[in-house]
Write a protein that binds this ligand. Structure first.
Ligand code: GLC
Length: 648
């Protein structure tokens, strides 16, 4: 099957080739004003003695081995034995990759493959300097590529929790699970500030407001990596983090994935740069370049921002990883050759299936001087610095194989806490909390795919089945357990509602999972409108309805909200669906067992008109503003929302 992103990359490359041919001169290198950018400084990632070791290592390395360090291949393409001919410095497992082509491999099998790569990289061979290969993966809401991992709510939900310490604890727990499988590095956190729900990656952002992203960034980094300056991170069950995607991924026109952020410099910095100073000051070891462009210049070729600003003004001393063939979008480049990206400040090419040709073309460019040796040496130094800072040269990797930490009960409890803290109560006319001893009709929500969203086992998360989540709890399971546990009755399906009329119906509906450009939308409606018919049917029978909406973004659901007695924004809660029951099912007497604390970190649209997120007072004012969220302790009557498609 051709990876859809490859097709996309081919199309993008073709379009850029045409554009490049059309504008032979290409855009001049943009001028930036450092004084408009925040100052930051990586804490010392390693000590002076280690820097001396790095200098000695670089002095021993052949040109080919230096070039190998700046090329990363995907495990779906590169095999451990390939490292003998192509001494790559890194491998990754992309969203659709698994050990030995098995996306559902066990944690033990992931560890086996990681160890095979390390063994070849550390072999003593003539002309080879043994240097560990750093293995990266998208663990963006838990160790989500691996069956059995605990999956947390996606970032949009964590934003609604307004709890940086929760984000830190989730980072630490995720790092432990990653470390058990022999992997060193996660491409997380995303520090995007999404500005438009049309973007398919909105859910990867914490908030549409820079300040919350700013508050979360250092916590996310420290959770994954440990405190700044921590020596031997891997030995402490920590991994390298990635601040991504630098910069402006969430600010593209119309929310187009990989599009252009057309913004004045000061606004660009103020909004989309918000998370980076905190991440750098917290010692983030890597930064990922964005596919997007700023005012027409692709970030993978933006020397002013990648070098003068990120590494100069903002003092970043780790390394910049490119995105998945992201270098191919630089004018004059393709996925097999792009010296311009390295010269601009990318330190490592993410060349998933193009690594052989990228290795060869980069070696030629280094030999010809098209890539200056000083630039190559600087990139290699940064990469080795990160490997030393992680503790990769220390053979002890005590967390490997500690599978009691993988999918542990403690991590599940943390994830369930995160679910509770992330839910936002948009409306409640008194239907909540549901008395646990009630007769409750449940719409079937055992679909873990909707509950976990994209970046789950596979890239899109749309091909998973229940057996991919061996210890997970579906939303329905959680609700059933809470009701039956208190002597209540669950009515499945709506066979004969007159005969056994329920006291209340719980309807769960929302978006099917998606990732990246596959989540981009042009219409204001989510892709599932089944909820409204169900809700209205119950109401016509005189049955109160509690609705839980699962989505990766706020969408126009004013009709469903109006038709419901109570309405909860559930986002994509992850494997611990029981957290929803904790909030909406009270005790046998009807008292709350937990209360809502979640507050919107994105405004909720009041009009069926897709536009950038708006604020109170704007023409297309939101139905519910930033910071909105009801609770049992602080309820409010919600007026009927306009169902006029224009929101007037
Ligand atoms: C993707 C994403 C990036 C991810 C990378 C590796 O295209 O843009 O966020 O880390 O490829 O899977």
């Amino acid at each position: 099957m051709t990876d859809p992103r490859s097709l996309r990359a081919i199309l993008c490359a073709a379009l850029f080739a045409l554009a490049t041919a059309a504008s032979a001169a290409g855009p001049a290198s943009p001028v930036v004003h450092p004084e408009l950018w925040p100052k930051a400084k990586s804490p010392p990632l390693v000590d002076a003695a280690t820097e001396a070791k790095i200098t000695a290592l670089i002095g021993q390395m052949s040109l080919a081995e230096k070039v190998g360090q700046v090329v990363q291949g995907d495990i779906g393409s590169v095999k451990p034995q390939d490292l003998r001919e192509y001494p790559l410095g890194s491998v990754l497992a992309g969203g659709n990759s698994g050990p030995y082509d098995d996306e559902r491999a066990s944690p033990q099998t992931w560890l086996k493959l990681a160890r095979e790569f390390h063994a070849v990289a550390l072999e003593t061979r003539p002309g080879h300097v043994p240097i560990p290969v750093i293995f990266g993966i998208d663990a963006v809401h838990g160790h989500n590529n691996v069956v059995g991992a605990v999956l947390y709510p996606h970032n949009i939900a964590l934003g609604a929790a307004h709890d940086p310490d929760l984000v830190r604890r989730i980072g630490a727990a995720t790092a432990e699970e990653i470390a058990t499988t022999g992997i060193d590095w996660t491409f997380a956190p995303t520090l995007a500030v999404p500005g438009d729900a049309r973007w398919g990656r909105t859910y990867e952002g914490y908030s549409s407001e820079p300040d919350l992203v700013r508050r979360y960034s250092s916590a996310a980094i420290e959770g994954l990596q440990g405190a700044p300056g921590l020596a031997g991170r891997l030995q402490a069950g920590r991994v390298a983090a990635t601040a991504k995607h630098f910069m402006g991924d969430g600010g593209t026109t119309l929310g187009e994935d990989q599009g252009d952020s057309a913004l004045p410099e000061a606004e660009f910095v103020g909004r989309h740069g918000a998370g980076y100073p905190g991440a750098i000051d917290a010692g983030v070891l890597t930064v990922m370049a964005s596919y997007s462009s700023w005012n027409g210049t692709k970030m993978h070729g933006h020397q002013a921002l990648l070098t003068a600003i990120l590494k100069g003004r903002m003092g970043f001393d780790g390394f910049v990883i490119g995105d998945w063939n992201g270098h191919s979008q630089v004018p004059g480049c393709n996925k097999d050759r792009c010296p311009a990206a390295l010269n601009a400040g990318v330190d490592m090419y993410m060349a998933p299936n193009s690594w052989k040709k990228v290795f060869k073309s980069t070696l030629e460019a280094a030999q010809s001087g098209e890539i200056p040796m000083a630039r190559l040496d600087d990139a290699v130094r940064r990469i080795l610095r990160v490997k030393f800072a992680l503790g990769m040269f220390d053979p002890a990797r005590p967390y490997e194989g500690r599978f009691e930490l993988f999918g542990s009960d403690a991590h599940r409890a943390l994830a369930r806490e995160a679910v509770r803290k992330s839910l936002v109560l948009l409306k409640n006319d008194g239907a909540l909390p549901i008395r646990a001893s009630s007769r409750v009709l449940l719409s079937d929500m055992s679909d873990l795919a909707m509950q976990t969203g994209g970046w789950t086992i596979s890239w899109q998360g749309s091909d998973t089945t229940r057996k991919d989540f061996p210890k997970a709890e579906s939303i329905t399971q959680g609700l059933r357990a809470a009701i039956l546990g208190a002597g209540g009755k669950v009515i499945d399906g709506a066979d004969d509602l007159v005969a056994e009329k329920p006291d209340v119906a719980i309807i769960v509906f929302g978006e099917q999972p998606y990732a990246e450009m596959f989540g981009d939308i042009k219409l204001p409606f989510y892709n599932q409108r089944t909820g409204l018919r169900e809700i209205e049917h119950m109401r016509a029978l005189g049955i109160p309805v509690v609705t839980v909406f699962l989505s990766g973004r706020p969408l126009w659901v004013s009709q469903e909200i109006n038709a419901s007695n109570a309405f909860v924004a559930g986002w994509q809660p992850g494997t611990e669906g029981g957290g929803i029951a904790d909030l909406i099912i009270g005790d046998a007497k009807g008292a709350p067992r937990h209360d809502f604390t979640g507050k919107l970190s994105f405004p909720w649209p009041g009009a069926a008109v897709l536009a950038p997120f708006t604020h109170a007072g704007d023409k297309l004012a939101p139905a519910f503003p930033l910071g909105y969220g009801l609770s049992y302790a602080h309820g409010a009557k919600v007026a009927r929302l306009s169902e006029d498609l224009g929101g007037r």
